[in-house]
Design a protein around this ligand. Structure first.
Ligand code: FUB
Length: 752
């Protein structure tokens, strides 16, 4: 009765604003997070719908880059992947080594009749995975061998641990699929785990805790936390028998001796008698993954993965973490102008996912009233124009309604989905978005939740859904007739590079692999998130055959920008984007960008952003305009929100660097010249033109600063010997140019 009431409560209580459980399409359990290449992956078990035991048959993978919108990668590993396994696809963990991904699992072995530890391998974090050795990695007929956890220590030694009711361990070889030495057994003492093993417990004695199963091994980052060396290894685990809570123990070595450290997630009413945790740090945040039974039809054998953000204590120990329905906050905005797999979602109601070899994972089981929600979607000032979706229906189809902020929110578009002649006969269909809705679209600063609501005949399945995309009307402007250079330039937005402005020759046909466009990456004064003060200067540079990627929103009028500051990361996004576009056969920039010749530059606060990013190995040259790192003595003068690297950052510069300053009147003169005097290890020059901090950027075509900046870029990125004469030699052209002065370090005139 209590259970029925709880289910009803959960059915009603599960709201689209909740993040937990973060997968609603299937029951998922035993989450094991892994961060790779800027993406958070979570490997899970899969509880069968309506099961009365852990009759689990496959494992699943989900990923996110913002912690709220998760992509379902389906099931790249199942019991049938292991010829020796016949039941119980239980807890697992994946780790990367030397470019390969090793997924350690446990399953019932038909060879030994007990539970066994296996390992699968793949070249990709999302598979396909295959059994790495064609047999269990470890088994001996015992049922103890469940719940593997893995860690690679700083000395390169990989440790594999597992077990219920005790912890076993093996030292993995470098190949990750074999091991050295004997099976190890942790000393399961009262001091180590709150209670000894069952057969050693004193009758009637109350123990403070006891290890049950689901270990998660980790090492505390001693560079971040003041951790006692005796507590540097942490073993988290499900504790207390059933119902389980999560506790942990600490040790000076991976194998002990362990000291019980307390509870992390206490016993709570989560509708699941098991719990199982995993921990990962991602984009400067720490996350605790666990499972509950909180899906509407969930329970002890129908569990669901959930996540909470937490902060370690100063000594690296865990705070108490409570399960919540709210879950975590988004780490980034979601771009609706990119093609999005339908199985990417922050929340869904009613739908399931399936997969096939042709298209991978897709959304299925769509009925009238079901929906998918995407969270923290940013239209970025780009007006939505068209909604496109790839769908298939073996019956009559239905509609996809695109709504804002709630299931009944403002309707952007309604796409009619016809019967397509089969559940896997796919059609790509589009519908215009009503232009009168432009009042909605928007300030670049607000975000929305986007709902894809499915409607149609009540009862039957409506259609399957592969992907969707919104097309927008991108803004562009021809500035100063396209500039004075050989190529008429344009200032524009690019759908795939949100919160940036692109300056580029209008006609790209002249550019190819032999004549590619070098790149200038730009950060703005005051770290403003729009190049509104510099667009003439940047446009002029583009007209001389450059791809200029400026941080921030396109300035359609010469008017001050108001909005949040930009971030140093936006320059890195520009570099990433240029490289990706050059490699993408579908991009108009394919093979037209000189990704080996990238200059990163910025004015004032943008110069500090540039110096913050100076160590990026993809940078070929630097240009610091009206800027320089603050000294210890004048740091207090800095405006809040500026990046403030210490002077030691200058040592990380690995390219030639030019300072472009406004003379003694420039408030950045002292800092810029101090940088110049400190930089001895790379060629460096300081040029000055006595106009003060504002430079000449807003003059027609960017004025005198454009001449010197272009000379620097032509020399450094295009190898132009004529341009080099502006800077090189005792009587360089710049030293004779009216108003300019140039100072150089010992390495500068040796620069080719
Ligand atoms: O998922 C099956 C089992 O339940 C796991 O192996 C245990 O950790 C518990 O979560």
């Amino acid at each position: 009765m209590k259970k029925l009431f709880l289910s009803l409560l959960m059915l009603g209580g599960m709201s689209a604003t909740a993040q937990n459980p973060f997968v609603q399409t299937w029951c998922t359990s035993d989450p094991a997070p892994m961060v790779h290449n800027g993406t958070m992956y979570v490997y899970t078990g899969h509880d069968e719908d309506g099961a009365d035991f852990f009759w689990m048959q496959e494992w699943r993978v989900y990923s996110t880059t913002d912690m709220v919108n998760w992509t379902d990668h389906g099931s790249p590993l199942a019991l049938e992947s292991f010829s020796w396994a016949d039941d119980r696809a239980w807890a697992s963990q994946t780790i990367e080594r030397d470019g390969k991904f090793y997924w350690y699992i446990c399953a019932h072995s038909k060879l030994s009749g007990g539970m066994a530890i296996g390992v699968a391998v793949s070249d990709s974090p999302t598979g396909p995975f295959k059994d790495a050795i064609g047999k269990p990695l470890f088994e001996n007929g015992s049922w103890d061998h469940i719940d593997p956890t893995v860690m690679i220590d700083d000395d390169g030694q990989a440790w594999l641990m597992w077990g219920n009711p005790r912890v076993y361990y093996l030292k993995l070889n470098r190949d990750m699929i074999s091991y050295s030495g004997e099976l190890g057994r942790m000393d399961m003492t009262e001091e180590g785990f709150g209670a000894p093993l069952m057969d050693k417990r004193e009758r009637g004695k109350k123990y403070k805790d006891n290890y049950t199963e689901g270990p998660w091994i980790r090492k505390v980052d001693a560079t971040k936390y003041k951790v006692d060396k005796n507590k540097i290894y942490q073993l988290l685990y499900a504790a207390g028998g059933v119902p389980e809570h999560i506790s942990y123990s600490t040790a000076p070595t991976p194998t002990g001796p362990w000291t019980y450290a307390g509870e992390i997630m206490p016993l709570c009413e989560t509708n699941s008698f098991t719990n199982h945790c995993g921990v990962a740090d991602y984009k400067g945040h720490s996350y605790f993954f666990y499972h509950t039974g909180k899906l509407p039809k969930g329970g002890g054998f129908g569990r669901s993965v959930a996540v909470e953000e937490f902060k370690y204590n100063a000594d690296g120990s865990f705070p108490t973490i409570m399960p919540t329905d709210e879950g975590v906050k988004p780490l980034a905005t979601f771009n609706p102008y990119l093609k999005t797999q339908a199985e990417t979602m922050a929340f869904s109601k009613g739908v399931k996912t399936e997969q096939n070899d042709e298209i991978g994972v897709y959304v299925s089981d769509i009925h009238n009233g079901d929906y998918i929600k995407l969270q923290n979607v940013k239209f970025d000032g780009n007006t939505p124009k068209q909604f496109t979706a790839r769908v298939a229906s073996g019956l009559r189809g239905g509609q996809i309604e695109v709504r804002i902020d709630s299931v009944k929110g403002q309707l952007l578009a309604r796409l009619e989905v016809p019967g397509t002649g089969g559940w896997e006969k796919w059609q790509t269909l589009s519908v215009d978005i009503d232009p009168s809705l432009s009042s909605l679209h928007p300030s670049p600063f607000t975000t929305h939740d986007l709902y894809l609501v499915f409607t149609g005949r009540k009862g039957p399945k409506l259609f399957n859904f592969d992907w969707w995309q919104i097309e927008g009307t991108l803004k562009s402007l021809v500035v100063e007739d396209g500039g004075l250079g050989q190529y008429k330039a344009i200032m524009k937005e690019e759908a795939t590079l949100q919160a940036h402005t692109v300056f580029v020759p209008q006609d790209l046909s002249a550019f190819n692999e032999k004549n590619p466009l070098p790149v200038l990456v730009w950060g703005n004064g005051a770290c403003t998130n729009s190049p509104w003060e510099h667009f003439k200067f940047l446009n002029e540079i583009a007209s001389h055959g450059y791809l200029v990627l400026a941080t921030g929103y396109i300035p359609m009028e010469e008017k001050g920008y108001q909005g949040p500051m930009s971030t140093t990361q936006q320059q890195i996004e520009s570099i990433d984007w240029a490289i990706a576009q050059n490699a993408d056969p579908k991009s108009p920039y394919y093979n037209k960008i000189d990704v080996k010749n990238i200059c990163v530059a910025g004015m004032s606060c943008g110069g500090l952003q540039t110096l913050f990013n100076c160590a990026d190995p993809r940078i070929k040259a630097l240009m610091i305009c009206n800027s320089g790192l603050f000294k210890e003595s004048n740091r207090a003068q800095a405006v809040g929100g500026m990046p403030m690297p210490p002077k030691s950052k200058l040592k990380e510069i690995h390219t030639p660097i030019m300072y472009l300053l406004g003379g003694k009147e420039d408030i950045a003169y002292e800092n810029g010249m101090d940088d110049f005097h400190q930089i001895k290890h790379v060629p460096c020059c300081a040029t000055n033109y006595p106009v003060g901090h504002g430079g000449t950027y807003r003059q027609p075509h960017g004025g005198e600063f454009t001449v010197v900046a272009l000379g620097w870029l032509d020399w450094q990125l295009k190898g132009d010997k004529q341009a080099a004469k502006l800077f090189k030699g005792k009587d360089c052209e710049l030293s004779k140019r009216q108003g300019w002065t140039i100072e150089k370090n010992a390495k500068f005139d040796k620069l080719k």
